[in-house]
Design a binder for this molecule. Structure first.
Ligand SMILES: [Ca+2]
Length: 374
C-alpha cells in the first residue's frame, strides 16, 4: 500500500480533513514548547498486567468506577492471523514499541459522556461549543468569507461503492451541525438523551471536565482502563472479535462506507452501554464513538527509553507531530467508533491509536472523563 494511502487511512481514523473543503477545520495553533519525551523502554512482547491491589479509596462518584492502576504493557502488536495487506496491520504501526507503563489509580466514567450530561453543563453555564462559533478571518487567513460559517464534520456516506482513497467521499462539513443537531440543522436529540455527546472539540471537552470536577484521561490511563486487566489482548474482551457469535462493540459491518448491514444491531451511533462491559466495568471502550485523551499525538512517543524501563504516569509528548499532516497539532483519540471496520479503520483494537486536530469535532467523536482520588 502506498504511503499516500496510508496517510488517507490515518486521516479517516482521525476523523479530520485537510484541504480546501475542510479548511475551516484546521485552526491556527500556538507552537507547543519543545519536546521532552518521557520515556519508556521497549520490550519485545506483552508482559502480564500487575494491577495495584489496594481497594477503591471510597465510594464511587456517580457513574464512575475505580480503575486500580498498576503496571502494564502498552501498545499493539501485529494481529496474528491477519493479512499484512489489510488495514488491521497498518493500524498498529504507531503503537509500538510495546513498552511498560505505570499509572496511578483513578475513577473513570463507566460510559461515554451523554447528551443528557452535556446538556446539564450547557444549561448551567451557557457554554457555546466550538462548532457553534463562527470562524473568523483571523483564525483562517485566506479563507473565502462565505466559508466562515459555523458547523462541524458529519459522516455523509455515498449510496454506492467508492474508492477508499479520499475521506472527502464520505465526510462533509455541515453548516449548523453541532452537539444538539448532530446530523445538521434538521436533526435533533429527540430520544437521544443517553447517546454519547458528539461534535465536541478538545476545548469543549476540557470545559465540560472542569465544570464536572473531572479531567480527560491520559492516553496511558485510557489504555490501562480499556484493557481491563488483560495483557496484550486485541480487544478489551479478548482476542476474538465475536464471542459465541455475539458482537461486543458497535462498529461497522458490510461494505464501507456505503453499506452498513448493522449486524451488530446498531447502524450509526448507539445508546451507551448496549454491549457488555470490560472486566473493569467500562462500556464502549471499543466502538461507538472515539474519545479524546489529553496527550498530544506523536507517532514516535513510545520509543524513548527511561532509566528504569517503566514510563511513570506518562502524560504525552510536549508537542504534536503527525507526518501525514505536518503543522497540524493533534491530540490522541482512543477507542474507535461506529465507523470502524477492518476494511478501513480497525482501530477498535485496544492498543491502537487515533488522532485529531484539537478544534475538530465530528459526529463520531465524544468524551469519557476521569477523576483523581481526593
Ligand atoms: Ca454498528
Amino acid at each position: 500500500m502506498s504511503r499516500s494511502k496510508l496517510a488517507a487511512l490515518a486521516l479517516i481514523v482521525a476523523g479530520i480533513a485537510a484541504g480546501v473543503a475542510f479548511a475551516l477545520l484546521t485552526r491556527k495553533h500556538e507552537t507547543p514548547p519543545a519536546t521532552t519525551v518521557p520515556a519508556s523502554a521497549p520490550v519485545d512482547d506483552f508482559e502480564p498486567t500487575a494491577a495495584n491491589a489496594a481497594a477503591a479509596p471510597g465510594p464511587a462518584p456517580e457513574g464512575m468506577i475505580w480503575i486500580p492502576g498498576g503496571e502494564f504493557s502498552m501498545g499493539a502488536a501485529d494481529p496474528l492471523g491477519k493479512d499484512a495487506n489489510v488495514v488491521g496491520m497498518q493500524a498498529t504501526e504507531d503503537s509500538r514499541p510495546i513498552h511498560r507503563v505505570r499509572v496511578n489509580g483513578f475513577w473513570m466514567d463507566k460510559t461515554e459522556v451523554t447528551n443528557r450530561q452535556f446538556s446539564a453543563f450547557v444549561k448551567a453555564t451557557g457554554y457555546v461549543t466550538v462548532a457553534e462559533r463562527t470562524p473568523t478571518a483571523e483564525e483562517f487567513p485566506g479563507a473565502p468569507p462565505e466559508s466562515l460559517i459555523a458547523g462541524s464534520v458529519v459522516f455523509s456516506p455515498p449510496d454506492h461503492e467508492v474508492p477508499l482513497d479520499s475521506h472527502f467521499r464520505w465526510w462533509s462539513y455541515v453548516h449548523g451541525a453541532y452537539w444538539r443537531h448532530p446530523a445538521g440543522p434538521q436533526s435533533n436529540l429527540d430520544g437521544r438523551d443517553d447517546y454519547p455527546v458528539v461534535h465536541v472539540a478538545y476545548e469543549d471537552a476540557e470545559a465540560f471536565a472542569k465544570w464536572a470536577g473531572k479531567r480527560l484521561p491520559t492516553e496511558a490511563e485510557w489504555e490501562f482502563a480499556a484493557r481491563g486487566g488483560l495483557s496484550g489482548a486485541l480487544y478489551p474482551w479478548g482476542n476474538e472479535f465475536l464471542i459465541d457469535g455475539r458482537f461486543m462493540a458497535n462498529t461497522h459491518q458490510g461494505h464501507f462506507p456505503n453499506q452498513d448491514t448493522q449486524a451488530d444491531a446498531h447502524g450509526g451511533i448507539a445508546l451507551v452501554a448496549q454491549y457488555p462491559a470490560n472486566d473493569y466495568g467500562l462500556f464502549d471502550v471499543a466502538g461507538n464513538v472515539w474519545e479524546w485523551t489529553s496527550d498530544w499525538y506523536r507517532p514516535d512517543y513510545y520509543r524513548a527509553p527511561t532509566a528504569d524501563g517503566v514510563a511513570d504516569n506518562p502524560g504525552g509528548p510536549a508537542d504534536s507531530y503527525d507526518p501525514s499532516e505536518p503543522g497540524v497539532a493533534k491530540r490522541v483519540h482512543r477507542g474507535g467508533s461506529f465507523l470502524c471496520t477492518e476494511q478501513y479503520c480497525s482501530r477498535y483494537m485496544v492498543g491502537t491509536r487515533g488522532k485529531g486536530e484539537s478544534s475538530t469535532g465530528t459526529n463520531h467523536l465524544g468524551i469519557r472523563l476521569v477523576q483523581d482520588p481526593s
